[in-house]
Design a protein around this ligand. Structure first.
Ligand code: SAM
Ligand code: SF4
Length: 440
């Protein structure tokens, strides 16, 4: 009988992509995926350690497995990803029913580890953070029904922002060779994928450390020339490493979508320095101006942390002024959270939880207004939409994204998934746009 596996994924795009890789490897070995945790023979939890809350959520979920394991002693349970890397074998000690603990760079041997647990009932941890990156394991049909896909081009980070655990749990920056990326992009196109988002912790420094070629703008140009790659996106880009060459591509590339996620983290130079970000607000605003000059319709999103140690009221107000000035299309905002091993742990001036929440609420309220007015600004315009499938809004509504990455829902009969159509925007809401099909 075919054994079933279930993967629960917490965290970012990188984790979603890693879960896909693990799922694909298991499918290649003859296992089958299930949405039901109760039916599964293998349960894997892919975890995020970036903020304490994300980690707590994963730990609570792991705790719930004890009941299942008591009912089904053959069940194979594993924790993979960033919390696995951070806590290592302590997880095996804390959760006696756990079989596997695999760091983000060790998930590609999932088939061997599972088979070892099955045969020998050995409890395994594998946590090496070195070695080459493994491309996505191919299998015709796995991506069936999808129109968009991530493609990992690099992993790890050497920046050591003082608030960030990523360099400790994903290791040093490592780039995948360009031939493998191009090969994977062609494979994705052959599977029906129209839009590819290149992912990495810091895509701008692709190949920089190894001095190999191409660097990131060159890689984008090569991918842009592949027939069938209709749309290209990338994330995440570090403001310090955003080159003129990359900015220029927004003006001249065929498939590069006019959207950039450029995390600023704070509007205060004092805080940016304490965060070890390597740029000032003047430099950041200069980048925004150059991007907008090159591509006036570019949409820009960002990340902001409130309540970093030592953040005074004036620093927080600088963040509010920044969002008023730049008018981001949207931001992800977070309360600073202590993480093991990070430099910010030792910094004086920790901010209380209540104050962090107050600042977050003010920032988010301010941004909500900006996002809504930006979404209303596109009312009446005609946008190119890549249709991703049925909308949650209800029957006969389809959903897709604009080139600027805004979600658009519109009424349409028929299965147009994967098609690019023109849609007139009739209403801008907080989180999406409502449109009318102009042509099919
Ligand atoms: N590599 C990206 C960059 O350079 O901005 C982002 C990586 S991180 C996974 C995603 C976001 O989480 C960061 O941009 C930051 O805003 C937030 N973050 C990271 N560490 C945090 C912490 N200790 N507390 C709160 N937010 C944090
Ligand atoms: Fe973390 Fe900074 Fe690296 Fe982004 S650039 S992953 S925030 S250390």
């Amino acid at each position: 009988m075919t054994q079933l596996f279930h993967i629960k994924t917490f965290g970012c795009q990188m984790n979603k992509h890693d879960s896909d890789s693990v799922g694909q490897i298991l499918i290649n070995e003859g296992y089958r995926q299930t949405d039901s945790i109760d039916d599964a023979h293998i349960i894997l939890i892919n975890t995020c350690a970036v903020r304490q809350k994300a980690e707590e959520k994963a730990l609570t979920f792991i705790g719930r497995l004890s009941r299942l394991k008591r009912r089904k002693p053959d069940l194979i349970t594993g924790v993979i990803g960033c919390v696995a890397q951070e806590r290592g074998i302590n997880l095996l000690k804390r959760f006696p029913y756990l079989d596997l603990v695999l760091g983000p760079r060790n998930i590609y041997q999932i088939d061997k580890f599972v088979s070892k647990v099955e045969k020998e009932r050995e409890r395994i941890s594998s946590l090496e953070l070195v070695g080459e990156l493994t491309p996505f394991p191919k299998h015709n049909g796995y991506l069936k029904g999808r129109v968009t896909s991530f493609l990992k081009i690099m992993e790890g980070c050497d920046n050591f922002c003082t608030y960030c655990i990523v360099p400790f749990v994903r290791g040093r920056e490592t780039s995948l060779p360009a031939e493998k990326i191009i090969d994977e992009a062609k494979y994705l196109v052959s599977q029906g994928i129209k839009e590819i988002t290149l992912i990495g912790q810091n895509v701008n420094s692709y190949n920089v450390k190894s001095k190999a070629l191409p660097t990131f703008p060159g890689l984008l140009s090569e991918l842009d020339s592949i027939a069938g790659v209709e749309r290209l996106r990338f994330t995440t880009s570090h403001p310090r490493d955003l080159s003129d060459e990359l900015i220029d591509l927004f003006g001249g590339s065929k498939g590069l979508c006019p959207h950039i996620h450029l995390p600023v983290q704070s509007g205060s130079n004092n805080i940016l320095k304490l965060m070890n970000r390597g740029y000032t607000i003047d430099r950041y605003i200069d980048l925004i101006n150059r991007l907008r000059k090159t591509r006036p319709d570019i949409s820009i999103t960002s990340d902001i942390i409130v309540g970093f140690p030592g953040e005074m009221e004036g620093d927080f107000e600088d963040s509010l002024s920044l969002i008023n000035e730049v008018k981001f299309d949207n931001i992800f905002s977070f309360k600073y959270s202590d993480r093991p091993g990070i430099k910010a742990l030792e910094l004086p001036g920790k901010i209380g939880e209540e104050e962090k929440q107050r600042r977050l609420s003010i920032l988010q309220e301010r941004q909500r207004g900006i996002t809504l007015s930006k979404n209303r600004l596109v009312e009446g315009s005609i946008q190119e939409i890549l249709i991703e499938g049925p909308a949650k809004r209800g029957d006969d509504y389809l959903t897709g994204r604009t080139l600027g990455n805004k979600v658009v829902n519109f009424f349409s009969k028929g299965n147009l998934k994967g098609r690019t159509v023109k849609v007139k925007i009739v209403k801008g809401f907080q989180n999406s746009l409502l449109g009318e099909l102009v042509d099919g």
